[in-house]
Design a protein. Structure first.
Length: 138
């Protein structure tokens, strides 16, 4: 082989290597474009995740606030129930006291009526005795 053929062979190999390099470079550019697309997608998804996290933080803050309000409402309800219980207890005691007073008043009236009836019976008996006595004398 002469020098020209060797140079020609080297040129052919260089041409093949350049073609392979161009093909590899094109593939690398395609891969870089894919990576850029993937990075853009990841950035977009990351932004969405950050927005979702912000929403979750807002929701958690709202839930904590509502939970605190519920606790305050429960405390208020407990206070109201206790006050109502005390009011009912007092009302029950007052009613019971009134019933006892009424029973005592009725008992006193019944006792007076019994005394009146006893007095009427005594007078009736005395009158019957006096009538019998008058009949014997007459």
């Amino acid at each position: 082989m002469n020098n020209e053929e060797k140079i020609l062979e080297i040129l052919v190999q260089m041409q093949t290597n350049i073609t392979d390099l161009k093909s590899g470079q094109a593939q690398i550019r395609a891969d870089i474009a894919d990576l850029r697309t993937d990075v853009t997608t990841l950035k977009s998804e990351q932004a969405q995740m950050r927005a979702d996290i912000a929403d979750l933080r807002t929701d958690v803050t709202t839930l904590k606030s509502e939970q605190a309000q519920m606790r305050a409402d429960i405390t208020e309800l407990k206070t109201d129930v206790k006050a109502l219980h005390n009011e009912l207890e007092k009302g029950f005691q007052d009613t019971r006291s009134e019933i006892v007073d009424v029973v005592e008043a009725v008992s006193q009236k019944v006792e007076r009526l019994e005394n009146t009836i006893k007095s009427v019976e005594d007078v009736t008996a005395q009158n019957a005795f006096d009538v019998q006595l008058m009949k014997r004398r007459a």
